[in-house]
Design a protein around this ligand. Structure first.
Ligand code: KG4
Ligand code: ZN
Length: 340
């Protein structure tokens, strides 16, 4: 613990959530998220609408974050922001805002990789949450990402598996759309699955090399299955919705957990930390807890607030980078594709 108190104001705008947080060292003083409702009618995020909404939201969100943190702008030590990966138009809003703030306040600017932030969210000091020890396997599962990352240090991360096509959240959202559910369908499938039988229908588990994932075949399998079943019974979806959701979700969870088991075997690492919006899924949480008991793994699941896209996770990376004096220049530009 440094003897100095560091206040980081952090900005996240990579997709469809405008979020600003204030951290005092590893503790979150505020974490305000404005989720954009505008995309609900389109079945997915519309990039142009997302960047416009960020423009509208970012100043009120910052005022709210400072108010909740009970802090003046002049006390902030540095500004951290998401440089990428994400939607270029959305990233541009957060990046430009971060640069202007750092320049006006004459304080350092810190660029943050959004995927690293999902993993380091586990290091937020939150009473009762145990912090992972190195090395651990970070599993980032959301609407935009599906990765298995070997984390040996805060700044030593290696992607050892990732999706070759759709992200796991897209499998939920696109599958849900076929079933007539609104965007995002993940939480609805989760709820409906609870009422159905996961063994009602069989969907294929893809045979993908090494620790990589593929979800597009499953999505197509669901489409053909629905089309075929509706030919025989036009009310097939309405009459079997819970069973279809349960079986579809069961398959997604199986694809994920099969690869996690393989990653544990391959690396010998038994400590697992999940992050990203899909980690809210009840069946994923329960299955991982069961596997942890059976195989003596340690599983870390962060508080929901820090698992979906949020600025507090950007702030914790900002804090560690501040300690290393890892600052960036005001000429920094966003990167839609941004590796570790
Ligand atoms: O991390 P996140 O808020 O945003 C990014 O995509 O980066 O994740 C959103 C994704 C959506 O695909 C949503 O359907 C999914 O997380 N999701 C869930 C659940 N809650 C959110 N998927 C399955 N079960 C849930 N309970
Ligand atoms: Zn994310």
């Amino acid at each position: 613990m440094p003897n100095q108190t560091i206040y980081i104001l952090s900005i996240e705008s990579s997709c469809d959530d405008t979020s600003i947080a204030v951290l005092k060292n590893q503790t979150v003083l505020s974490n305000v998220v404005a989720s954009q409702k505008v995309h609900q009618n389109y079945g997915g995020v519309v990039p142009e609408l997302a960047s416009r909404a960020h423009q509208q939201n970012i100043i009120p969100v910052m005022h709210q974050a400072l108010k909740e943190a009970k802090i003046e702008k002049t006390h902030i030590s540095a500004i951290a922001f998401t440089r990428g990966p994400g939607l270029m138009g959305s990233l541009l809003v957060g990046t430009s805002f971060a640069k202007s703030l750092a320049m006006a306040l004459e304080i350092p600017l810190i660029e943050v990789n959004h995927m690293q932030a999902h993993l380091l969210a586990h290091f937020i000091d939150d009473a009762g949450q145990e912090i992972p020890s190195f090395p651990f396997l970070g599993i980032t599962i959301s609407g935009g990402h599906t990765q298995i990352v070997k984390v040996t240090h805060h700044f030593e991360l290696e992607v050892i598996g990732e999706t070759l096509d759709d992200a796991i959240g897209e499998a939920f959202d696109k599958g849900g759309k076929m079933l007539g559910l609104s965007y995002p369908a993940g939480p609805q499938i989760d709820k409906l699955a609870k009422l159905g039988n996961p063994k009602s229908f069989d969907f294929p588990i893809p045979n993908v090399k090494e620790l990589n994932f593929s979800f597009s075949g499953l999505k197509t399998a669901l489409l053909y299955f629905i089309q075929k079943s509706q030919k025989e019974n036009p009310n097939f979806i309405e009459e079997n919705l819970a069973d279809i959701c349960a079986s579809y979700q069961y398959t997604i969870v199986k694809i994920l957990t099969n690869k996690i088991k393989k990653a544990v075997k391959q690396t010998g690492i038994r400590e697992i930390a999940i992050g990203g919006g899909v980690s809210a899924n009840r069946e994923i949480r329960e299955t991982l807890q069961q596997l942890a008991l059976k195989h003596h793994w340690k599983v870390h699941i962060p508080k929901f607030e820090y698992t979906t896209d949020n600025a507090a996770m950007i702030g914790i990376v900002g804090y560690y980078k501040y300690l290393e004096k890892d600052f960036c220049g005001l000429d920094v530009t966003p990167k839609a594709r941004f590796g570790f």
